[in-house]
Design a protein around this ligand. Structure first.
Ligand code: SF4
Ligand code: SF4
Length: 445
């Protein structure tokens, strides 16, 4: 097993938590784009009645995804709404009729009878999003199925031409997020189908599960591993060593392979890496069931109730807060995602979309205020923790002085925005903010 000693060891133990189902919302806001790519085209009009799972937006191309109704009711508007990234997006607004009537799924199909292209078509047709720093349509990530993703071969760098390993992260991207750990401990009927589908599409000969060492795997997971010890294995890692749950450090920690950065992809080292949540969505998509609900982590000291919450996509954050009994006090910061890498929210009307891992309402003693940052003192702490071996302090100086091209030459795009450098910086420099801004500027030009 490879070594992953960088990053930071976050304090605390895995919290005990409950999984709860949020009540059906009275209204959902469904942005026609919930990923990086082209928005879907609405195929319903104001006044139309829809059922759960009904197509309401059609994909325009392979960078676009279809959108489905997540509650039954009446379309009351197709209008612009803010999403959690601060973008104003055309969205379908549905008011519930309370009946929660679902459309008939096209019918279960035996995975063995589906060819890899048919599986990809089903995943695309269900509108599955691959969550992450840059959420994209999962089907787009799976194409081409058996080729490397990047063009590193053209630059003379060696790449693996074939995927040999399906790495399933039953561990979360941040220690405070709980969904994958929860799923690792509970049986799921979609798991075998999801694994089989991803192995078929990627051609991987073996599956490696990565679980948190504090999680007890479900009997289902243990049986899957015991049933095929040659091709399926399980590895335990310390989930408190952040960011071991992110794909690139995870591959290093679990398999000892280094994804070539800045522009490499897990496929370049022969690995397809997906978390359990995504594998289950694939299992459902094979049966023609689109993701209409999602599991998110609700955390932070200001929430009256915390844990893993199953919620309909499109529910507004304000509704989520209300359904969990509100706050115990005024939160100092509300974020979507996890506390290390999440996005601050200022408008509680934004909806929960397919790319959201969690919602955190943090109290003052749980956040670091960055308003009074100081000059870099060259302490080198950020260098010690950076999991991709950058010089964050130096990079930040280029970015702060708008020398974006120099920052790019120094490896800016290798940054996985984990926030470890921010976390340890004694000068409280907003390093990730500077890197994001610089990347944005470079991508714009
Ligand atoms: S430079 Fe990027 S990858 Fe390195 S620690 Fe900072 S945020 Fe993480
Ligand atoms: S941790 Fe902060 S102060 Fe220290 S070298 Fe990095 S940027 Fe500079």
């Amino acid at each position: 097993m490879g070594l992953f000693l960088k990053g930071i060891k976050l304090p605390g133990k895995l919290p005990t938590f409950d999984a709860v189902e949020a009540p059906l919302p009275k209204r959902v806001i469904l942005p026609l784009r919930q990923y990086i790519g082209e928005p879907a085209r609405p195929v319903v009009s104001r006044g139309d009645r829809v059922k759960v799972g009904q197509l309401i937006g059609a994909a325009e191309d392979s960078t676009s995804l279809p959108l489905h109704a997540t509650i039954a009711g009446k379309v009351v508007g197709i209008e612009e709404h803010l999403d959690h990234r601060g973008a104003l997006l055309p969205s379908v607004v549905i008011e519930a009729d309370g009946a929660d009537t679902w459309i008939e799924p096209p019918g279960e199909k035996d995975i063995i009878s589906l060819s890899p292209p048919e599986i990809i078509t089903r995943i695309q047709g269900a509108g599955v999003v691959l969550k992450g720093m840059l959420p994209i349509p999962l089907a787009f990530d799976l194409l081409p199925p058996d080729q490397p993703k990047t063009h590193l071969a053209l630059t003379g760098r060696r790449v693996v031409r074939r995927i040999d390993t399906l790495l399933i992260a039953a561990i979360d991207p941040e220690p405070s997020l709980l969904v994958n750990r929860y799923l690792a401990g509970s049986p799921n009927e979609e798991l075998p189908g999801g694994i089989a589908a991803l192995r078929s599409v990627t051609g991987a000969e073996r599956t490696v599960f990565v679980v948190d060492k504090e999680t007890s795997p479900s009997s289902q997971l243990t049986e899957i591993v015991a049933g095929d010890e040659e091709e399926v294995t399980m590895i335990s890692l310390d989930g408190h060593r952040f960011p071991v749950g992110l794909p690139i450090p995870l591959i290093k920690a679990a398999l000892g392979r280094e994804v070539p950065l800045p522009y490499g992809h897990p496929r370049d080292v022969g690995v397809a890496v997906y978390d359990t949540d995504t594998v289950l969505s694939v299992g459902k998509s094979i049966q023609g069931i689109p993701p209409v609900e999602t599991l998110i982590t609700v955390g932070g000291g200001a929430f009256a109730k915390r844990g893993v919450v199953k919620i309909r996509i499109g529910t507004q954050i304000s509704t989520l807060i209300e359904s969990l009994g509100g706050f115990t006090g005024e939160p100092a910061k509300l974020i979507t995602g996890g506390p290390m890498m999440g996005t601050a929210q200022y408008d509680l009307s934004v909806p929960i979309t397919k790319d959201i891992h969690g919602v955190f309402a943090l109290k003052e003693d749980e956040i670091q205020l960055v308003g009074d940052y100081r000059e870099c003192i060259n302490c080198g702490l950020c260098v010690k923790v950076c999991p991709v071996n950058l010089l964050p302090g130096v990079l930040s100086l280029y970015c702060a002085r708008d020398r974006f091209e120099v920052a790019e030459r120094e490896g800016l795009f290798a940054c996985i925005e984990c926030g470890c450098c921010d976390y340890v910086c004694p000068s409280r420099r907003p390093l990730v903010h500077l890197f994001r801004h610089a990347k944005h500027q470079l991508l714009e030009t």
